[in-house]
Design a protein around this ligand. Structure first.
Ligand code: ZN
Length: 341
C-alpha cells in the first residue's frame, strides 16, 4: 500500500511527511487485494441502520450516519486513518476541520493514545469544540475561513514535524468512508441504489462513496447538494461564468469556498450520471424541521441533502427508484453560534 501522485504518478510511502506531491498533485491510494487496514483501535462502531422514511407518498432511505461513535460519518475515515498510522508508529498528528472531522480524529487519536492537534475556525459550534476538547486534543482556534484553518494546520505540520492527518488530503480517510458503500449495498440485498443525495463541501463523502461503489462494480447517480450561498462544485458543473462571491450559510460543515479535490468531484458526478443542485438556508431549515417531526434530530448540514431530494423530486419520483440519503451528522452539538450574524 502506498500513495501516488494523481498527476505525475510518483510514489510516496504512507508515513511520508509530504501531504501532496512535489509537483503539486494530490495523493491517491494504491492498495492491492492483499493489503488490509488494521482494525485494532475501536470505539464501538456499528453498521448504521438504513431506515425507510416517507415524505408524503415518497419513500427514501436514511443512512443513519449520525449514529456513528463520534456523531458523524467522519468516524469511518478517522478509524481507518488512525489505525493505519498507529500501525506505522506515527504518534503525533495534526488535522484541520470545521468540526466533525476534527472530533472524529480526536476521538480515535485518544483511543490510540496518539498526540493530536486540531485547527478549527473560531466560528465552530460550542458543542463541537467541547467534544474535541473532551477527547483531549490540543485545539487551535483560527480566525478566518475554512481555507485559513487549513493553511494554519499545514504550517504547524512543517514546524512541529507532525503528520498531517487531513481528511481532505490524506486518501486513507476516503478509504474508511468506503465501508458505508458496502453497508448500503448489503442492506439493499446486494443492490446499488438508483440515487444517493449528499451534502458536498470538500467532497469527503462523495469521493469515499464513489470509490466504494466503484469497487463494488456499479455506481448510483450521485446528486451533490450545496448551499446556494457557497456552491463551487455547482458553479463548475454548470459551467457558470458569472458567480456571486460565497456568503454565510447555516450549513457550516460544507462552507468550503475552494475545495482542493474539485476535479475529482466533477469526475465522480459525471461518471455516475449524477447532478449538482443547490438549496437555500430556508429550505435547509424546513427540511431540518420536517426531519425532526419524524423523530430524527440532525445538524443543518445533514438536512441539506434532504432538502435537495425533496426539491429534486418535487413533481414525484418513480416508485422503483431507491433513494439513499446519508444523515451526515447529529444535531446534538448545536447550531453554529454565528447563525444570527
Ligand atoms: Zn506529482
Amino acid at each position: 500500500m502506498h500513495f501516488y501522485c494523481e498527476k505525475c504518478k510518483k510514489e510516496y510511502p504512507l508515513n511520508s511527511t509530504s501531504y501532496q506531491c512535489s509537483c503539486g498533485g494530490l495523493f491517491r491510494l494504491y492498495k492491492d487485494d492483499k493489503d488490509t487496514i488494521p482494525q485494532d483501535v475501536s470505539i464501538g462502531e456499528i453498521v448504521t441502520p438504513l431506515l425507510p422514511i416517507k415524505f408524503g407518498k415518497q419513500e427514501m432511505f436514511f443512512k443513519m450516519e449520525h449514529l456513528n461513535p463520534t456523531g458523524s460519518f467522519k468516524a469511518r475515515g478517522a478509524k481507518a486513518m488512525v489505525n493505519m498510522l498507529k500501525h506505522l508508529d506515527i504518534d503525533n498528528i495534526v488535522e484541520d476541520s470545521s468540526g466533525n472531522g476534527a472530533s472524529a480524529l480526536a476521538a480515535y487519536a485518544a483511543a490510540a493514545n496518539m498526540d493530536c492537534t486540531v485547527y478549527v475556525p473560531e466560528s465552530i459550534a460550542a458543542g463541537k469544540l467541547h467534544q474535541i476538547e473532551t477527547y483531549g486534543a490540543h485545539v487551535r482556534l483560527v480566525i478566518g475561513n475554512r481555507e485559513a484553518t487549513a493553511e494554519a494546520a499545514k504550517k504547524a505540520v512543517v514546524q512541529e514535524e507532525a503528520y498531517y492527518a487531513s481528511h481532505v488530503y490524506n486518501p486513507l480517510f476516503f478509504e474508511g468512508i468506503k465501508s458505508m458503500a458496502y453497508e448500503i449495498y448489503h442492506q439493499l440485498d446486494d443492490n446499488v441504489p438508483e440515487y444517493v443525495f449528499l451534502p458536498v463541501g470538500n467532497g469527503t463523502m462523495l469521493l469515499g462513496l464513489y470509490y466504494g461503489f466503484e469497487e463494488i462494480g456499479r455506481l448510483p447517480s450521485f446528486v451533490a447538494v450545496q448551499s446556494e450561498n457557497c456552491c463551487p462544485l455547482y458553479n463548475a458543473f454548470k459551467k457558470k461564468r458569472k458567480v456571486s462571491p460565497p456568503s454565510f450559510t447555516i450549513a457550516d460543515a460544507i462552507r468550503v469556498e475552494k475545495p482542493i479535490r474539485l476535479k475529482e468531484m466533477l469526475m465522480a458526478i459525471t461518471r455516475s450520471k449524477g447532478d449538482v443542485i443547490t438549496v437555500s438556508d430556508e429550505e435547509i431549515e424546513e427540511a431540518q424541521h420536517q426531519t425532526g417531526r419524524k423523530g430524527i434530530y440532525v445538524e443543518a448540514t445533514a438536512a441539506v441533502p434532504i432538502a435537495g431530494a425533496l426539491k429534486y423530486f418535487r413533481k414525484g419520483k418513480p416508485d422503483n427508484y431507491r433513494v439513499v440519503i446519508p444523515i451526515t451528522g447529529a444535531g446534538l452539538n448545536g447550531p453554529d453560534k454565528k447563525r444570527n450574524r
